[in-house]
Design a protein around this ligand. Sequence first.
Ligand code: GDP
Length: 305
Amino acid sequence: LVRLRARLARSQTSLGKGLLALLAREHLDEDTWEEIEDTLLTADVGVASTQELVDRLRTRVKVLGTRTPADLRALLHEELLTLVGPDLDRTLKTARHTGGEAGDRPAVVLVVGVNGTGKTTTTGKLARVLVADGRSVVLGAADTFRAAAADQLQTWGERVGARTVRGPEAGDPASVAFDAVKEGIAEGVDTVLVDTAGRLHTKTGLMDELGKVKRVVEKHGPVDEVLLVLDATTGQNGLVQARVFAEVVDITGIVLTKLDGTAKGGIVVSVQRELGVPVKLIGLGEGPDDLAPFEPSAFVDALIG
Ligand code: GDP
């Protein structure tokens, strides 16, 4: 975790450091407030949240009196944390259902997103986290359109000790997803993780396909999580993608990948606001251990540096 924090901090500090330096200026004139606004917008915090934050900072700085670095840091931490949503429920529903209304069956997680965002990698890393936590996992390679995706997922599965269910190349994704959950039920595992295809060039195609995957999987029972994987480096494009996916399926959590390679961590704020869904996991590199739960306070610490 310390390593992850360090990695996050390396790429993110320009936002917090920049804001702190601006707030510490002797004269907080209109130009400075504009620069503060620009800094937030550049980091993809989004227009509405930027406006809110700047208004609050203006008010609070006025009554602050002295502006020592420690004062400013505490104030900024508090305000950024409020924006990030410290109280949102970010738990991942990955525990097996035993008895009750849901019956005795694995938790089912669909991983969705545009190809290239890190969907397959995230599915593999998540399997690793769960297995390390003592859970048993079945992987569903329902991204049947990207030729290498199933092999890639299977390699992850072999590495962590999870069976991968796959279908024929260019086969029906919904049928692979269905089979994966069936296998998970038969084997009595804790969690089934289904990697899906995300081609955005035909929106209707995606709608039909993803909607079908979900409906077919639901024949086994309700889906527990639909995780939308977004590449943090894609900024506004990522938000447009998020909107499209949210129209097709009810997203329950966001995974922001590639936060190691960008200073645009403000996307956490804008995407949560846009979808009304919390960021639950973050990707901080290509390695097997580079997936972490999203912790608001640690994230803001990393932003401020
Ligand atoms: P998919 O098409 O969405 O399944 O994407 P992949 O899982 O194949 O990932 C696309 C590329 O992004 C690969 O080279 C991954 O190693 C890389 N990647 C995934 N997650 C991260 C991350 O958090 N940080 C970085 N730097 N690279 C990542």
